[in-house]
Design a protein around this ligand. Structure first.
Ligand code: AMP
Ligand code: MG
Length: 418
């Protein structure tokens, strides 16, 4: 490591800012190239490989937006209500038999095609029916009212869904409305997940007095699946450099990314770092993020590697802010920063400037109806209860040196983060 001693990545050097690290990650990774066709019913959550261009107009014909009476714009009475003879009746799903005659109305229902010659619809609530089969239409309706124009939602040839979109229910609906039955998406990234540590055993296994159950692997696998990854669960690795190196090398051949938890600090029982140096190259970023800090990154035989800290809260937060952008980039998905909500601080806090911090908080509604946030009372990076019992994170930027009650803070609900 001597040659790296002046390098900002090296131990003891300045910690790298989160946004700097992210710029490097997202610029160096490239999306998986393989694409596949999937049916719409399984497309939710998948990443579009290319823009979807609308093959038709939506709506594909001009139609009524309401139940009412269709007329010609030039017949709309200017000053006083006027009786119109009702010439025809058009329900949704059928077309009018004939064009409208001057000074006539056509009974029409929501979604029915506008009869030839009509361009305006009176809502049925706004008219009066008379016994002789006429309808009394009031003056002053704007020409074109209550009509949906062909292509007003999406015009044929327009980009209906952008490439890189991680499909949501409304996106699948758009594809269906366009008449599509399949979409071209990228292959799911295959991500290998390891836990590390002699003290870690899988739930269901025999545990000695000095051991704890592995919670990180379950958490990270769940997070990866939410991002649409195929998880390759490679279990728990002992704190042994050779065994770690062999397992990492094998995983690198089969996966698009390797994610580990634990063993990336600078203690002498932190063997992941040494193992990476055996089988690949390591850039260890002591990132300026709390909880977090030790986050290892490297490359093994061309496959990216991210080593997250073992403390569950540090692992959770560094997954969201470091691993997630990397995974989305690999997945070919557009990477957008979550939009924080401005909420009022209901706590005091002192912070070191120069690093980014995430505070676990509970939402609390004030007497004025506005929301404030209360800090979880304890700070340990190992406290899973602090994630279970809170509503989200408050982000304190590098320049912030403290929080006073009443300050406006950036709050990110967990549901917006993954
Ligand atoms: P390390 O990063 O290996 O130094 O681990 C830091 C802390 O996280 C230690 O208290 C570990 O016991 C704990 N830890 C490491 N791996 C896991 C895991 N898979 N699940 C839960 N806790 C873990
Ligand atoms: Mg460890």
């Amino acid at each position: 490591m001597a040659q790296l001693s002046d390098d900002c990545f090296a131990f003891g050097g300045p910690m790298m800012r989160v946004d700097e690290a992210l710029a490097i990650i997202t610029s160096r990774l490239t999306p998986v190239e393989d694409i596949e066709r999937v049916e719409l019913s399984t497309a939710d959550g998948r990443v579009l490989a290319a823009d979807v261009i609308a093959p038709i107009d939506i709506p594909s014909f001009m139609n009524s937006a309401v139940d009412g009476y269709a007329v010609r714009g030039e017949d709309i009475p200017a000053n006083a209500a006027r009786a119109f003879r009702v010439q025809d009746r058009v329900a949704a799903g059928v077309s009018a038999r004939e064009a409208i005659r001057p000074a006539h109305a056509i009974r029409i229902f929501t979604g029915a095609p506008m009869p030839p010659g009509t361009d305006t619809v009176y809502m049925q609530e706004d008219v009066e029916l008379s016994e002789n089969g006429t309808v009394l239409l009031p003056p002053g309706l704007a020409r074109g009212a209550n009509v949906r124009l062909a292509g007003e939602d999406i015009a044929q040839g327009a980009i209906a869904l952008p490439g890189g979109r991680r499909m949501r229910p409304q996106d699948v609906a758009m594809a269906a409305a366009l008449g599509l039955t399949e979409l071209t998406v990228r292959r799911r990234p295959r991500v290998a997940v390891f836990s590390t540590g002699d003290e870690v055993v899988a739930p269901g296994e025999v545990r000695t007095a000095a051991q704890l159950f592995d919670s990180n692997r379950t958490m990270l696998s769940a997070m990866l699946r939410r991002l649409g990854c195929e998880v390759v669960d490679l279990g728990i690795l002992r704190d042994d450099r050779a065994a770690l190196a062999a397992a990492l090398k094998q995983a690198a051949r089969e996966c698009d990314l390797i994610l580990t938890t634990g063993g990336v600090s600078t203690g002498e029982e932190d063997h992941v770092r040494a193992a990476i140096e055996t089988v690949g190259s390591l850039v260890l970023w002591r990132m300026a993020i709390k909880p977090g800090r030790p986050v290892a990154m490297g490359v093994i035989g061309g496959t990216p590697f991210i080593g997250l800290p073992g403390n569950p809260v540090a692992g959770f937060i560094t997954f969201i802010y470091v691993a997630q952008p990397a995974i989305l980039t690999l997945a070919g998905a557009s990477v957008a920063s979550p939009v924080p909500l401005r909420v009022r601080a209901e706590f005091d806090y002192r912070k070191k400037a120069g690093r980014r911090e995430y505070i676990r908080v509970m939402l609390k509604q004030g007497a004025d109806g506005l929301f404030g946030v209360v800090k979880f009372p304890r700070e340990g990076a190992g406290l899973l209860s602090s994630l279970v019992q809170t509503d989200g994170l408050v982000e304190l930027g590098e320049d912030v040196s403290g929080v006073k009650p009443g300050d406006l803070l950036n709050f990110l609900p967990y549901s917006s983060l993954l």
